[in-house]
Design a protein around this ligand. Structure first.
Ligand SMILES: *Cc1c(COP(=O)(O)O)cnc(C)c1O
Length: 480
């Protein structure tokens, strides 16, 4: 029990990757999102789990394992019983009793299915917990916040599903009008709760994102609305995602043998959670960064140059990203937690759209990470051969992960590819690759028939912020 006392004893605090923001408690980080110096919050030190503690996770219900893994990060901010209760409630709505089950696809290759939540994508795993944690923290502090986010598809639906009906929170999601799929739009716009506001912007996803960024950068507006972020710059999302790296590895023999993970990656949130698991003591042989043709991360790792190019639309749209916000967290670790070096590199990136890493930094990254780019053709071939060989129908994001995982197979450790979306979310791409239409789960088909509600606004900061100010309850008074 000495180990347990150690990780719980000192209250963990969080520091900014840029070193110029105050260190905060868990609950403060949960509500702050981005640090005021433009950096991202990370734990001041990594808690560690001993071999016995990792082994003891075997066979536990998912929520129970989650409580053990998360508790060192939340420290005294939540009692152990309350945390367990909250996690059980968050995962009660999942359609599989294991929450995140493993499926074997080859002698040493596995899929980790993360899409059994209410919107059929892995974002539910973290957002269902995040919404409950935020709501609890706000009620305790008698505060309200306004969540404003832009979505190109999956995040908006998962966030709305998690936050709808929560009294301390209003949620405004901007999507590019006519540029998200019918399924994705309906998953957002059929919520009936008054705290949910969908805005269809007459513009592109980049325009939506620029509007949100401009609102957050307007510090007066940010304070007036108590703006909060639910994208993966929020540490709590990463923290919750650490759990399934542990549970899946333990199911395959950890801590007594190592495992590798292949992670379809966009904003680097999910795979950073895998890195965190390794830092906490999980024996991870390799972490594979799997990208589609939007390959900034694969290029960074393979050439040492992190350089943004224009985004290309693919069949795995949730990974169509050219700036991976969470990569800054890894840069911080890679430089030995040198916030000055992070500032230099991020300033260079802001000015020139390019970072060149030093050879030692690159060597440091390559100790644990590999990266592969998977093009559209390879993605479709992988979906097709997986169906042929195993009868398994995978979505395109998952297929990118599986294609990259093959490069690590046969190297002594089982490879777990993260399966991040249900194939029914991307029926056209699945049908094109496999000539089979994935069956639509009942939960989704009933949602698709409900009435939609959204407002169409011009791509104009003044119009959009006025719309939000008029409706956000956080402006009414400082408290509730
Ligand atoms: C968000 C998302 C990803 C990418 O996750 P990151 O944390 O941004 O790297 C991959 N697949 C699906 C289906 C997603 O929704």
């Amino acid at each position: 029990m000495a180990g347990r006392a150690e990780i719980r004893g000192t209250d963990l605090h969080y520091v900014s990757t840029r070193g110029n923001a105050p260190s905060l408690s868990f609950e403060e980080v949960l509500l702050a999102g981005l640090a005021r110096d433009g950096g991202l919050y990370v734990p001041g030190e990594w808690p560690s789990l001993g071999t016995d503690e990792i082994a003891a996770l075997a066979g536990l219900p998912y929520a129970d394992a989650a409580a053990r893994i998360i508790s060192p990060f939340v420290g005294e901010d939540i009692g152990a019983d309350e945390l367990l209760e909250l996690l059980r409630d968050a995962y009660a709505g999942f359609s599989h009793p294991a929450v995140a089950p493993l499926v074997q696809i080859a002698p040493d290759q596995w899929l980790l299915e993360l899409f059994h939540g209410p919107t059929l994508a892995f974002k539910d795993v973290a957002l269902q917990v995040l919404a409950r944690l935020m709501s609890r923290a706000l009620v305790r502090r008698s505060r309200r916040v306004t969540i404003v986010g832009a979505t190109s598809g999956d995040t908006g639906g998962a966030a709305i599903e998690a936050f709808r009906g929560r009294d301390a929170i209003d949620i405004f999601i901007l999507h590019p009008k006519g540029r998200v799929s019918d399924v994705q739009r309906k998953q957002m716009t059929t919520a009936v709760e008054d705290n949910v506001h969908n805005i269809a912007v007459e513009g592109t996803f980049d325009d939506c994102q620029a509007l949100v960024k401009a609102m957050f950068n307007d510090l007066e507006l940010r304070d007036r609305l108590s703006l909060a972020a639910v994208n993966s710059i929020n540490w709590a999302r990463i923290m919750v995602q650490i759990v399934y790296y542990f549970t899946s590895a333990v199911a395959l023999g950890a801590p007594f043998r190592p495992v590798s993970f292949s992670v379809p990656t966009g904003n680097f949130g999910d795979i950073f959670a895998g890195y965190a698991a390794a830092r906490m003591g999980l024996p991870v042989q390799r972490l594979v960064i799997a990208t589609n043709v939007n390959d900034i991360l694969a290029r960074a790792l393979n050439t040492g140059i992190y350089e943004s190019k224009s985004v290309v639309a693919t069949s795995s749209p949730s990974m169509d990203i050219q700036v991976s916000s969470n990569f800054e967290r890894l840069i911080f670790e890679m430089t030995g937690r040198d916030a000055g070096r992070v500032r230099t590199l991020m300033d260079a990136f802001g000015a020139t759209g390019k970072i060149t890493f030093a050879q030692e930094e690159l060597d440091q990254l390559r100790v644990l990470f590999s990266a592969y780019r998977v093009d559209e053709n390879k993605t479709a071939l992988t979906m097709n051969s997986l169906l042929d060989e195993t009868g398994y129908l995978a979505d395109p994001h998952t297929a990118v992960g599986v294609a990259a995982a093959c490069n690590e197979a046969g190297k002594g450790a089982p490879v777990i590819a993260l399966s991040t979306a249900h194939p029914a979310k991307f029926p056209e791409a699945v049908e094109r690759a496999c000539s089979v239409l994935p069956p639509t789960p009942e939960r989704l088909s009933s949602q698709l028939e409900r009435e939609e509600r959204y407002s169409v606004l011009a791509d104009d900061m003044q119009r959009v912020s006025a719309f939000i100010i008029e409706r956000a309850r956080a402006t009414e008074s400082a408290g509730l």
